[in-house]
Write a protein that binds this ligand. Structure first.
Ligand code: ADP
Ligand code: MG
Ligand code: MG
Ligand code: MG
Length: 668
């Protein structure tokens, strides 16, 4: 969520006076960074994931599952943990885990390790569990204490590996353990009835009694009918963001997700839980005046989107050009991975006729006024609008949708020596207003700070993000892959992350070309969110991504394929061999040892089987659980009891229980 600075945020009318100042200086900061780092080169791939959690509080007696609002306390304890154990070398833990094939024992060991790693490591060293230095890359991310971050919801947490992973195949073997260790550490600081769940959204967010402790939806910050301000992270940045988006937009945000019509769902569906006649704030009229649509689940607050969890991957490229190419090549992959990771079939206690969070979160931070909506086509949270590489394969015709830019910033960038494409990209990012300005942080030394630049870059939440190097660090040019929904288990999250990382390696090493008109990527983005997209939708795809672009015939060959055909291959001689096969070829080209191959193969099998429908997506699985629950009344309602049982079941799956529908024979 960007850097958290302390200080006093300006209210919206006050902050408007500084928008141009922030933009102009943000561009100066970018130019300074660009000039300092354009010749910066890194030889190695580094990458890291971000995992987000919803902390759920269970009450077995009352059979309720609610979101726990203890983020602050939990993060404080986790911060102390990081501090206490930052000097511990975790490598013996992984050495010991590597020799354990039993999931129960792995779980038990990680729980013990999470509690007091120093003591645990001491014991392991005595038992001779160690790694020799040449077995691992010099980065040793896996051996560093993980880090934990705040997120928008006061029931949310985020964790990262602590330091980025390296590029050696063997490093992939640690990813799942590292993720599991992170969950165990978190569990260590929760109350016995709390669980850190990696689910995209909380199924009953914004219904009655969904928080622990109990809160009321009457706050002046979001003015929501459903979400109390108490669910917002208390750091002043978050309430300010929420209020400023509402004020800028001159009304509440409004997301309408089509309801899933079941046998007993009232048709037309006019949501009885909307307090149509509330009269607390001027915005209360919004719903009646057209913001809340019939036959839809209406949501009116930033938290419905920013309160969702996702899985993000950041890669470091060799240099700026490679980062730009990677950014472009991964753009067409974002909707595909969104569809494959779909995990959000229910909102605000209702089953939806879609499977993903994406359009909800896009709406949740959409700060455009009514008149801006006529000429600014997208929210600041949405799919990427343009390719940015100067690679000759990036044809002008692929950039076929409007890109709104700030003309002043564009001029400033061009004058500063930035090429047209990158200038346009940055001027596009800078077409938005800075959402939060801290009064004590306006004056910045542009050669020492990148605060104004980050203010805009980190509040344009697109499906890919181009991250220039931060000042005063060894970190290089990076790109972030941002479309995926979080999965229940570490096994799945590791599989999805590693798949995208290996695909990015394959793209570079085989010089693959996935370019296609960006309007088609946008069409795919819509298809990806559909209910059961795996079986119901086809996706535009460039079927010959191999380097023979000289042949004009090969250009512009995009066809609509199912996800099974895209991932698993077209099963015809001439057809596309499938992304999984491409990743496999890359894997073989690295000469993996048998252990690595076997381990990574589980991940590739999961990806193939999800794409073919042999294994269910989390969304289909959740939907099935709800619709086959004995208490479900075929009325689209996810009742409190169903919600409780669903959370219980997910918790046991996380803790190792097998589920044939989700994993087939892949998770062993
Ligand atoms: P944000 O929230 O801004 O997207 P985070 O700091 O939460 O970023 O996560 C960034 C991810 O990038 C982490 O997994 C981290 O390990 C990883 N990372 C850190 N440094 C590098 C680097 N030099 N190259 C690639 N990834 C990195
Ligand atoms: Mg996050
Ligand atoms: Mg983060
Ligand atoms: Mg991120």
């Amino acid at each position: 969520m960007g850097l958290l600075v302390l200080g006093t945020p300006l209210d919206w009318p006050e902050s408007e006076k500084f928008h141009n100042y922030v933009r102009e200086n943000g561009i100066k900061q970018f130019l300074h960074m660009y000039d300092s780092f354009i010749s910066k080169k890194q030889d190695v791939l580094l990458w890291g994931d971000e995992i987000e959690y919803i902390v759920v509080s269970m009450n077995d007696k009352e059979k309720t599952a609610r979101v726990s609002l203890r983020q602050e306390e939990i993060l404080k304890a986790l911060g102390d943990y990081e501090e206490r154990f930052k000097h511990v070398d975790f490598s013996p833990i992984y050495a010991a885990l590597k020799n354990t094939s039993c999931p129960k024992r792995t779980n038990a060991m990680l729980s013990e390790a999470a509690g007091n790693p120093a003591a645990f490591v001491e014991r392991l060293v005595k038992e001779n569990h160690t790694y020799s230095k040449n077995e691992t890359t010099p980065f040793r991310a896996q051996f560093v204490v993980p880090t934990f971050h705040p997120e928008y919801g006061r029931y949310m947490l985020e964790s990262t590996p602590g330091a980025p992973y390296g590029s050696v195949l063997k490093d992939f073997l640690f990813v799942e353990f590292n993720m599991l260790l992170r969950r165990k550490i978190i569990e260590n600081y929760l109350l016995p009835h709390e669980h850190p769940l990696t689910i995209t959204n909380f199924f009953r967010l914004g219904t009655d009694h969904f928080t622990d402790p109990e809160t009321k939806a009457d706050g002046s910050i979001s003015r929501s009918f459903f979400l109390p301000d108490d669910v917002i992270n208390t750091h002043v940045r978050f309430p300010t963001l929420t209020a400023n988006i509402r004020q800028r937009r001159q009304r509440k945000v409004a997301m309408n997700v089509p309801i899933f019509f079941d046998k007993n769902t009232h048709k037309p569906f006019r949501d009885p839980t909307i307090p149509w006649n509330r009269d607390l704030y001027p915005e209360d009229k919004n719903a009646k005046e057209g913001a809340a649509l019939e036959n839809h689940i209406y949501m009116d607050s930033m938290g419905f989107g920013m309160g969702c969890c996702c899985l993000q991957i950041t890669f470091q490229a060799k240099n700026c050009d490679e980062a730009r190419l990677l950014y472009d090549q991964l753009i067409p992959i974002t909707p595909l991975m969104l569809a494959l990771s779909a995990g959000t079939p229910a909102f605000r206690g209702y089953l939806a006729d879609q499977d993903c969070r994406w359009n909800v979160i896009a709406g949740a931070v959409d700060d455009r006024t009514k008149s801006e909506m006529e000429y600014i086509p997208k929210s600041r949270y949405d799919s990427v609008d343009m390719y940015i590489s100067n690679d000759p394969r990036n044809l002008q015709e692929y950039n076929d949708i409007p890109v709104v830019v700030n003309e002043g910033c564009y001029e400033q960038l061009i004058k500063g020596g930035i090429d047209e494409r990158l200038s346009k990209h940055m001027a596009h990012i800078f077409a938005r207003d800075p959402l939060v300005i801290f009064s004590d942080n306006i004056q910045q030394d542009n050669s020492m700070s990148n605060g104004h630049f980050e203010n805009l870059n980190s509040t344009n939440w697109q499906s890919m993000r181009f991250k220039p190097p931060p000042l005063n660090s060894s970190v290089g040019w990076r790109v972030e892959f941002r479309s995926m929904e979080i999965q229940f288990t570490e096994f799945e999250n590791a599989a999805y992350s590693i798949f995208v990382v290996m695909l990015s390696r394959a793209i570079l090493s085989f010089n693959l070309n996935f370019y296609m008109p960006i309007s088609l990527v946008d069409e795919n983005m819509v298809a990806a969110q559909a209910r059961d997209a795996i079986h119901q939708k086809k996706f535009w795809f460039r079927c010959n991504p191999f380097p023979n672009a000289e042949d004009p015939e090969e250009r512009g060959r995009y066809r609509q394929l199912s996800l099974d055909e895209i991932f698993g291959g077209e099963r015809t001689e001439e057809g596309f061999p499938g992304l999984v096969q491409i990743v496999r070829s890359y894997l073989y080209s690295c000469n993996p040892d048998a252990e690595t191959l076997c381990s990574l193969d589980r991940y590739l099998r999961l990806i193939s089987q999800r794409a073919s429908g042999e294994c269910m997506t989390a969304a289909s699985w959740i939907r099935k659980f709800i619709t086959t629950h004995p208490l479900y009344k075929q009325d689209s309602v996810v009742s409190s009891e169903i919600n409780f049982d669903l959370v219980k079941r997910i918790t046991s799956i996380i803790n190792g229980e097998h589920d044939e529908d989700l994993f087939g024979n892949c998770r062993c």
